[in-house]
Design a protein around this ligand. Sequence first.
Ligand code: NDP
Ligand code: 2IT
Length: 446
Amino acid sequence: MDPRVQQFMAMIKARNPGENEFHQAVQEVAESLIPFIEENPKYKHAKILERIAEPERTIIFRVPWLDDKGEVQINRGFRIEMNSAIGPYKGGLRLHPTVNLGILKFLAFEQVFKNSLTTLPMGGGKGGSDFDPKGKSDNEVMRFCQSFMSELFRHIGADTDVPAGDIGVGGREIGFLFGQYKRLKNEFTGVLTGKGIEWGGSLIRPEATGYGATYFAQEMLSTRGGSLKGKIISISGSGNVAQFATEKVSELGGKVVTSSDSNGFIYDPKGIDAEKLNFIMELKNVRRGRIKEYAEKYGVEYFEGKRPWIIKCDIAMPCATQNEINEEEAKLLVKNGCNCVSEGSNMPSTPEAVEVFLNAQILYGPGKAANAGGVATSGLEMTQNSMRLPWSREEVDEKLQTIMKNIHKTCVKYGTKDSGFINYVDGANIGGFVKVANAMIAQGVV
Ligand code: NDP
Ligand code: 2IT
């Protein structure tokens, strides 16, 4: 390891003990940025890297609620307000039993660079709770959301901090959170994104992350004269991002052959067509069941406890969670002919897996670039809320496509090596950094 990176990481680890995912996210960025900062000493003198890795504010709070049996339950709530140099804090809320400070800090840190890449004026934040929505009734989810917002409301606002969805937070949860915010503040504002279409939401926001990751794959493929047409695509997850990646990939002529959840994956060699995707949407969004049912319904193979990367594919789109592709799986993907990875989830590839992809010089689009379409469309929702005017599907989708093209261009600008190889990791990290760093310098030591 570069000794400068090593020294920086020793400081980060000492200040943030036990936060492994945060260390991982910071190290990846430091590896791209430290050489760049050496060439641009103004960032070094202003200690931008040291400042950018320290949250502006961290809020941790108790979330007590009553379950359906009348028993008191206690969860922990978080909001990490990471950086507001270029706009209000912006980023999702995650509800999952694995949520802890280190995971939310990694997500908030990545969000700063991602939001900068979108070209829109949004700072970075993330929040959530270790609450597990699985097996909870709608009423329990509502009571949890109301209790969570009863503390969070005093820290957020349409011009301060604008949360949205992430794992475990979709339209249902945003509704409960918005209702409680409105009641406490007596204000109807765009304080959350991912709202329902009847009450301030944007068309295409539900689709945006999956669509955006597909558009980004298309951009990467086009640098080598390729496209999605006729390609075999493996997708992990079966939630919001995975569903709409599956939809857009199929629309553009690719064949999606896998879908998964935390229990296992299904392999459908004929491809997940529109009718089968409808089944998945109903299964996951309404009945909240397990992906195994797909195998039973369509008579395909189900792999319990496994991830989809053992299946031969041309393109892989991880859309479930962090560290879901390890070194071994990355090697297998490359060996099986996979030449493009577009990350719908945040930090799905371990550092060792990323190294495999970069050494093989495949098209590797890291999450902070590839999945930025979700938050970008959240930015478009904020714009519509400010104007009090909604845009049509076509208008939003066209803006989303333009944004994904621009993110790709930024990655090419900052990531192209002398050999011509585009390192999208460096491209996204440096491209996302410059705007935030310049804003921080302009605003003084704050
Ligand atoms: P959902 O909650 O809608 O879906 C998550 C999916 O991933 C489910 O299929 C879930 O399976 C699976 N999953 C979650 N945790 C794990 C785990 N520990 N191991 C294996 N599978 C897991 O979330 P989203 O689709 O919104 O988010 C997916 C990813 O995309 C996350 O990394 C998120 O941060 C990222 N992302 C989301 C954006 C958005 O707009 N929603 C924007 C940008 C990135 P199960 O049902 O079994 O838990
Ligand atoms: O990781 C992400 O970018 C999100 N979960 C979406 C955040 C947002 O504010 O739309």
